[in-house]
Design a protein around this ligand. Structure first.
Ligand SMILES: C[S@@+](CC[C@H](N)C(=O)[O-])C[C@H]1O[C@@H](n2cnc3c(N)ncnc32)[C@H](O)[C@@H]1O
Length: 261
């Protein structure tokens, strides 16, 4: 609790990042990932491994961009910093663990960006941005990773409407997800996509109590790899239930897109 308060007070973040809940969510994610360190290890290992595999045969390794870099738990930063001339870590919030980690490297930088395209719109500044990845349209970017970010993108924009008792614009969640996928498709370099796709809640007898589509009915092609992320044990979300997420991993999104869903 005290450590969460410390991060909440001291993390460099704008009023908007705070008001819309981005700082709060990052701090909660950090606490949860530290608490669930052992159970999340397999998921984080698998994520780092596919990122290494996806970039292993690249001919050019100028700039790599990690979208949703967060706590860097699923990002093999030492490997990327060694293999690429430049590493850019993009997130709405960079907490202190990530800020301190990048200080070890001269070729790694942090960038704050809203990858949902909704933030300026929600604070009353213009229209919703339909191509939040347009800033990556640069020739020198050879490798982009979307690092367990996609399912998170709609959450706070949808919360914004719900918490104000306003109806959510039709199809908003799906459109945020699709804009991200289409943005990745337009990029010139290789794209590695890691995303959880489904949340399953089970009771103590192993019966499925609820299935929740984390991607708002956006169908994805068959993944290169898929695994279970043991997200919440019994006790964390109530005594009688536990939750896991199914994760899909695409080492090369441009190739995968041509597969059937
Ligand atoms: C589940 S975490 C990803 C895990 C992260 N790669 C790690 O190793 O800690 C999702 C990340 O997406 C970021 N995020 C959520 N909405 C975002 C947005 N609109 N723009 C940029 N980043 C966002 C969160 O701040 C968080 O760091």
């Amino acid at each position: 609790m005290l450590i969460e308060f410390f991060h909440y007070l001291t993390t460099p973040a704008s009023l908007t990042q705070r008001r819309l809940g981005y700082l709060r969510e990052s701090v909660l994610l950090m606490s949860r990932s530290r608490r669930r360190h052992a159970a999340w290890a397999a998921h984080l290992d698998a994520s780092r491994s596919i990122i290494r595999q996806a970039s292993a045969d690249l001919v050019r390794r100028r700039t790599t961009v990690i979208l949703g870099s967060g706590l860097l738990d699923d990002v093999p930063l030492p490997y990327l910093a060694e293999c690429f001339e430049k590493v850019i870590l993009v997130d709405m919030i960079h907490l202190w663990p990530a800020r301190l980690a990048v200080r070890r490297y001269t070729n790694v930088t942090l960038q704050v960006a809203d990858l949902s395209g909704c933030v300026d719109w929600l604070r009353g500044e213009g229209e919703r941005c339909t191509d939040p990845l347009a800033f990556l349209d640069r020739e020198e970017i050879d490798f982009v990773v979307s690092a367990n970010l996609l399912s998170q993108l709609p959450i706070l924009p949808l919360d914004w409407f719900e918490s104000r008792g306003r109806s959510i614009p039709d199809g908003l969640g799906r459109s945020i997800v699709m804009n991200h996928l289409e943005g990745l498709t337009r990029l010139r370099g290789r794209v590695c996509l890691l995303t959880d796709v489904e949340q399953v809640t089970e009771d103590r007898k192993g019966r499925v109590v609820e299935r929740f589509d984390l991607l708002h009915e956006s169908a994805l092609p068959a993944p290169d790899r898929s695994w279970i992320w043991d997200i919440a044990p019994f006790g964390e979300i109530g005594r009688g239930n536990r939750q896991h997420h199914r994760v899909h991993a695409y080492a090369d999104w441009h190739m995968a897109m041509h597969r059937p869903t």
